[in-house]
Design a protein around this ligand. Structure first.
Ligand SMILES: *Cc1c(COP(=O)(O)O)cnc(C)c1O
Length: 392
């Protein structure tokens, strides 16, 4: 067979050549590292919980797999039981009365990533809309928009508080044409920076016209306990995204959900794949909800570890660390450390060679809170690497 160089297959959409596939662990977690990687790999780069399901829950889930799951049958494409359970949890989580949100307000996706894509398809495709993001933020909005050829308008944030530059954002809304901005994506609290939306940002979002969809990504709600569901109840142009991938400890099962006006839910259901969520994933998510108190009981300990890490990292003279409402911390080098001495991208690489994965983003490091042992190792390794580069 003739070897094909990239770019030779003429049937591939030409604009895809400029895109690269998403890599959760840039450089990989396996393969051949530059130096031998330490035995223990601390994966602190994707913000999952460090805790797998407890053994007895895993056993119950395995039992459900053996006794209930029909491997030969398609799963419930309407996610009926799961949507009921989610709507109940959603109301409880926001202190809303039972029935405030119902299954008609819920759409379930193969991770909230799928819902982000469905939202783009349902709003912006065919040249009908652009999206607005404030960087740095969750990269998937831009990646998915680009893969659908949806234009992305990005505005900046304060370099001290990471609040969105609202002057820029408002002028983008007013001036973007062909196509106009149809969707604004915000994360609450933001990733990678860990800050919740401020009153000013909230007021601005509330002031947006009804023909602009506001997507509030609450992937970290179970850590922040800060939700805008009450707004979504009042505003048909708001949608809240949540996920089972973080505090609920189910990242492998790929379950996310949207809470929205029923008409938007109908639109999302039209554009998704019919059997988007495997039966076992639906079972696992229902399990997680049924045992939510047990699963979420790890949250306070993770938050205490986050606070401990925050205190410890703040002691380092080279680092600026931001307070976080989530299960990760964001830090940058202080301005007085000039780039000639190295940057955090190199620190990230060296940590990897020592066996700790963290994420390098926008000149900073985002470090997921792991188990106390992982956190301690990370502190030690970070201190070692920084000492070699930045000690006075
Ligand atoms: C982790 C994360 C998600 C979750 O994505 P899933 O596809 O549900 O795993 C969504 N949004 C943000 C901001 C995240 O950090």
């Amino acid at each position: 067979m003739v070897e094909k160089k990239e770019g030779m297959l003429e049937f591939i959409r030409s604009d895809l050549a400029a895109l690269t596939a998403y890599t959760p662990h840039p450089g990989g977690t396996g393969g051949k590292p530059a130096a031998p990687v330490a035995e223990i790999l601390d994966r602190l780069d994707t913000n999952e919980s460090p805790y797998d399901l407890p053994d007895d829950l895993k056993q119950k889930l395995a039992w459900a797999y053996q006794q209930e799951l029909e491997n030969n049958r398609y799963p419930d494409g309407g996610h009926t039981a799961l949507r009921w359970a989610i709507s109940e949890y959603v109301n409880e989580s926001a202190g809303l009365p039972p029935g405030a949100f119902t299954p008609k307000n819920i759409s379930v996706g193969n991770g909230s990533d799928e819902l982000i894509r469905s939202l783009l398809i349902a709003t912006c495709l065919k040249g009908e809309g652009s999206i607005l993001v404030a960087n740095p933020t969750f990269s998937m909005y831009t990646i998915l928009a680009q893969s659908l050829a949806v234009p992305v308008v990005s505005v900046g944030r304060s370099s001290t508080t990471f609040e969105t530059n609202l002057v820029e954002a408002q002028s983008a809304i007013e001036q973007t044409q062909n196509p106009p901005i149809r969707v604004v994506f915000v994360v609450h609290p933001n990733s990678p920076t860990g800050n919740p939306l401020t009153e000013a940002e909230l007021n601005w979002l509330r002031s947006l016209p009804a023909n602009v969809l506001v997507v509030v990504d609450e992937a970290y709600f179970e850590f922040s306990q800060n939700t805008l569901l009450a707004d979504a109840l009042q505003r048909p142009n708001w949608v809240i995204l949540r996920t089972f991938s973080k505090a609920f400890r189910l990242a492998t099962h790929r379950v996310g959900y949207a809470i929205a006006h029923p008409e938007l839910v109908v639109a999302l259901e039209k554009v998704r794949l019919p059997y988007n969520l495997p039966g076992f994933s639906q079972t696992a998510a229902r399990f997680a909800l049924a045992h939510r108190n047990l699963l979420l009981s790890m949250v306070p300990g993770l938050l205490a570890e986050r606070n401990r890490m925050f205190q410890a990292l703040q002691q380092h003279p080279a680092l600026e660390v931001w307070a976080s409402s989530t299960n990760f911390l964001y830090l940058r080098l202080r301005a007085e450390y000039p780039p000639e001495r190295g940057d955090l991208g190199q620190v990230c690489q060296e940590l990897k060679q020592m066996g700790t994965l963290v994420r390098y983003v926008s000149h900073g490091l985002r470090i997921t809170i792991g188990t106390p042992e992982e956190n301690q190792r990370t502190l030690m390794r970070l201190q070692t690497v920084l000492a070699s580069k930045f000690s006075s």
